[in-house]
Design a protein around this ligand. Sequence first.
Ligand code: AOF
Ligand code: ZN
Length: 367
Amino acid sequence: MTDASPFISQALGLAAQALFLSNPNPRVGCVITSDAGAVLGQGFTQQAGGPHAEVMALRDAAARGNDVRGATAYVTLEPCAHQGRTGPCCDALIQAGIARVVASVADPNPLVAGQGFARLRAAGVAVEAGPGAAETRELNIGFFSRMVRGMPWVRMKAAASLDGVTALGNGASQWITSPAARADGHAWRARACAVLSGIGTVLEDDPLLNVREVATPRQPHLVIVDSRLQTPPGARLFDVADRQVLIYAAQGEAQAAEALRARGATVVVLPNARGKVDLPAMLRDLARRSVNELHVEAGHKLNGSFLREGLVDEMLLYQAPLLLGSGAHGLASWGPLQALSDGVRMEFHSVRQIGPDLRVVARVAGR
Ligand code: AOF
Ligand code: ZN
């Protein structure tokens, strides 16, 4: 028997090619090999509603004229057993005569969850699970979060000076970090199912909040937290084609909501007791709408609310080698805290220099 890990590594590399493409479907790769260890076919998950990795690999093998009967399929997620937008991958593998499946991890989707493995075994296919499980979870951190917790993975992006300042007291904030950091930030937008910002940012900057600096086959959806429904129907954010705009409000003044709906927006009214948007309820609603990774790019007040309510999983922080001193805004306003232990304890996940700036990815401890 050949060693699983090189082919699983290859399948993980394929899965990574679906990073901007397959949302909200997980990024999955598949490699089909002969007994002698020759690659017969390979593929990765296509756009939502498109073929899954296994089907792409089977098609690839067929296109190359390769016979896959008796072959092994290395796949980074349990093959699906359900009829979703596409047919069950299990059945496609069984029908093609695949003899053995090596899968990284069970699909946390309750529609699948172990049933794929069971169906393969029932058909006499040998099944092994395990290699590459951590890498698959990492690549699909939002999908696992949505399936397991019923919440998106919340990644808060900010650009700050070395002393943590995101804007001067007078509001000046463009541009603290370099074009290289900005382009890198767009790659993180591109992998998200949705980008989120607040009404303050919309009114101040009239931003597009789309992906422009990197090539992408799809735009993430846009979520605006807008308690009093103040988003101007003429805002530039409505000019981006092929994405959904979701506006969460605490009150749904009929006329304002109508004007925004006329611009194609979905308006959701979800107030909390303080007359603001109920952020935890909003996140659960976004998960129901299939948001895996939520990219929060907002001002210090909304950032503060997310942190105060314990809703942030990860920080994506770009820091320029620049000191801006006091009289300025930090990246989140949510204090003042009484004790150091009241802070949000995080762990560094990766630290890298991007052009002249630093990129820090930190995760809330235990997430
Ligand atoms: C696989 N291989 O490459 C992926 C899978 O609506 P559908 O038919 O596209 O199904 C989506 C679900 O399929 C998704 O929630 C997840 O459970 C699984 N994704 N399964 O066999 C793949 N991407
Ligand atoms: Zn499938």
